[in-house]
Design a protein around this ligand. Sequence first.
Ligand code: PLP
Length: 1018
Amino acid sequence: MTNVSHPAPQVSQNEAVDIAMRHFGIAGTAAPLDSERDRNFKLTAPDHSLWILKIVNASEPLVESEFQTALFDHLERNSPDLAVPRLRKTVQGASLAHAKGPGGGDHAVRLVSWLPGRPLAESQTTPALLESLGSALGRLDRALQGFIHPGALRSFDWDIRQAGAARQRLHHIDDEQDRALLERFLDHFDAVVAARLPALRAQVIHNDANDWNVLVDPERPERVAGLIDFGDALHSVLIAEVAVACAYAILDAEDPIGAAARLAAGFHAEYPLRKEELDLLFDLIAMRLVTSVTLSAARRDRTADNPYLSISEAPAWRLLRRLDRMNRRFATAILRHACGFEAAPGARAVTGWIAANRLQLAPILDRHPATLAKALVPYGDPHNPMTVTSAAQQPEKATAWWDAYCAEHGIALGIGPWGEARTVYTSDIFQSRFVEGARRANHLGLDLFMPAGTRLYTPLAATVRSVEIEEDPLGYGCLVALEHRPQGCPPFVTLWGHMAHEAGRRLKAGDCLEAGALVGEMGAPVENGGWAPHLHFQISTDTSLAARDILGVGEERYHAVWKELFPDAADLAGIPPETFRQNGRSRPEIVAARKASLLPNLSISYSEPIKFVRGEGVWLIDDRGRAYLDCFNNVCHLGHAHPDVVEAIAGQAAKLNTNTRYLHDAIVTYAERLTATLPAGLSVASFACSGSEANSLMLRMARSHTGRSEAIVLDWAYHGTTQELIDLSPYKYKRKGGKGRPAHVFEATIPDSYHAPAEWPVDEHAKRFAESVAEQIADMARQGRAPGLFLAESIPSVAGQVFLPEGYLAEVYALVRAAGGICAADEVQVGFGRVGSHWWAFETQGVTPDIVTMGKPIGNGHPMAAVVTTSEIAASFNNGMEYFNTFGGNPVSCAAGLAVLDVIERDGLRRNALEIGNYLMARFKALQDRYDVIGDVRGQGLFLGIELVEDRKSKAPATALARRINDRVRARGVLIGTEGPHDNVLKMRPPMIFSRANADHLVGVVDETLAAVLAERA
Ligand SMILES: Cc1ncc(COP(=O)(O)O)c(C=O)c1O
């Protein structure tokens, strides 16, 4: 231990010169140097080489001097490149000499080389220089790893492990507040830090990289040129090396923790630190300062005239006061992050877990926020009236501005993004405690702006951590903190700020909340800290922080640290990323570009078209982050972007894609799997790329098999886009631009039971409607023709979701076959289990067609199609003309098709379609009881229609109403369609994964919309 009662040895310059000559054979001049304990001289040899002659304090045990020389020897042998002093041996070849002091004491003496460079104390400290210092220390300590000597096992005040001993010196501190400050650090050290030190890595360290012991290269001022004075070296915890260096290097820094982080990062790059070491660094820096100021105070009492002892005292106190105001968890987060560790343990796992599970979270609003029309609140714009009035603490004005904006733009939910730089934080509470003169201005929560009273629910099960009222102006008002411990995720906290005080009365710490349980309501300005009503929703991955300590607004500089400690809560709140970032062209730009470079009759849905940028399950997400419940696009059979299909397509595309002239497993496997879903006899498959192409191929087959081109179709049918299919599609040829019915095509009445003549008994509908087919056959016969083909969708769709009367196809097929024709089922819309009870909708009619065509859902969005027929028809088609289709049946398409079949079977999606379809039917029928305009509700599985009528008796189509409902349902974030000759049938074909919650959402929106539109009509 340093013994201040043994002053530095009183050796004169002349004696020093004599010692140098006698022991080291160097004649030269000596100049005295400052030293606390020893007597040091700068020696200039005749050859101009420079040395330091050190006459060691007599109180220093010899073993310590021997430790020093052994240390130099070790470095000399193992790391000759390190910029540290080199030991000069005595003339006898020893590392250490001995000299008698004037008091008769025996002094160890050694001579080391003088290192060039300017002390750090006299240099400009830059971040690069700090990093360089860290790396110099890292290199040194790496070189010292494994070195040990009995003299290294010293016990003295400057060993950071003994920093707690400073408590015994507190009485030397006169000022009560200063004493209390030191006590706070000492208390934390004793309670938390000391017990952890023994488990940390320990080794020999320099232990005194103060700014006089660090030399800077004057030529390259960002580089440390050397480290000197190993007088305090000892065996201690490795992290002390960094802590000691920081305690000096960050004094009076604008951003002390940032400076420490640079130094630590420099060290870490050379000699990786461990998390548990960094976790104590903040306190160890503080404890070095506590040791320093208490020792100075103690010594000042005894050696008032020794300026060396108090040289860094004032800046040390300044730094201690700053550190005292900082949150040690935040400081530690900054230090950890600088070294590449997560800011808080588990932080990255929390964000990863939330991202992976975001679709399973309970919505935090009554209606899922993703589905609401959203806009960013303009707090990012300092000149916006809402920002100006908020900053001026005039919440009523801010609210009025926002309400008017929402009304004008149809916005239901305002969003204040995470990380946004804002000028609204005007009060003193937003002063930075880390960066001198800086303010905290970057928002670390996610704000949801809705009217006061909007109810808020927890997305996950939670325990209430705290509920409190924060009274500060522009504070949180009522503040709730919940702790979540989802399985497979580290615990984390959510903060709910600006709530109504009601939550404070209802909730108490320790209460358990189920996922989806009410947390509270958005508060009015009088209760919420004086803001336009909103929720400040924030995550803290550090669960040890009290609610008030969670930083709601942070320094720009530590953006990346806050991002881990307080990650963006958008995923947890269910706000899609598109809300914050728009890519590509705007909607009007795309409309204009389409006009300029695409066919003008390429139609667009809705008078205000939607730009979708992403699909996910049952949702389509638009360019503004609004998720629409997709109940219309039946191509995404398993839901948009189904991972199995995506993976199958990507995997096969990455391996091989070619045509069917080469052998490949996928096409035959797929043909076997597909035909296995069909009734016996339908055993030969061929593949195409679109429903139209499949129907065209079917047509060729029918013609070659029967030798006839005459076909019977149902009125208002649609079968495809090629000319020969337009000719078979009354929906096209009878309407605008159509040329009317071609002579070879014969139309049978739509077998629409809802519009059947009232006098027909229901059980005769099949027969009665089939008579229309018989009439067509008779008509043909009169013309000397006969049917080659009967083609019908198994559930006519564009005709208005028409469900064929029971037994209808059996009647018709019998008639057609008797006349020598064949029967084809167009399952392009309705196939692949959509009806739930069966794979194919024709099966519900108890018939087996001769040819089945498939498309749309077959590849869940991948463009493919299929035709399946009998071996007889396939044989007739094999008339010598080769069938080749460049893309049809390629390996990628077959991989997609196989994945679709796999998922339908694996996930029981047919059963789901049946159950949810029945549920929807029941709920729509219940709506029919309440709304007279619902003339008919019909559906099978997830293929549904609601026919709107002006009055139930006349069944007059409510066409305008249906359009309005369709538009308003879209405005409420749900996609359906209208269909039928009068466009008065609401059409729904949601994905097969549609859940009961999705069904409730759909019915809820249809119900609300009907009520709203009918109220307007009234
Ligand atoms: C019943 C029916 N058949 C055939 C087609 C044509 O399919 P595609 O558009 O893939 O060519 C459609 C398309 O809407 C359809 O609804």
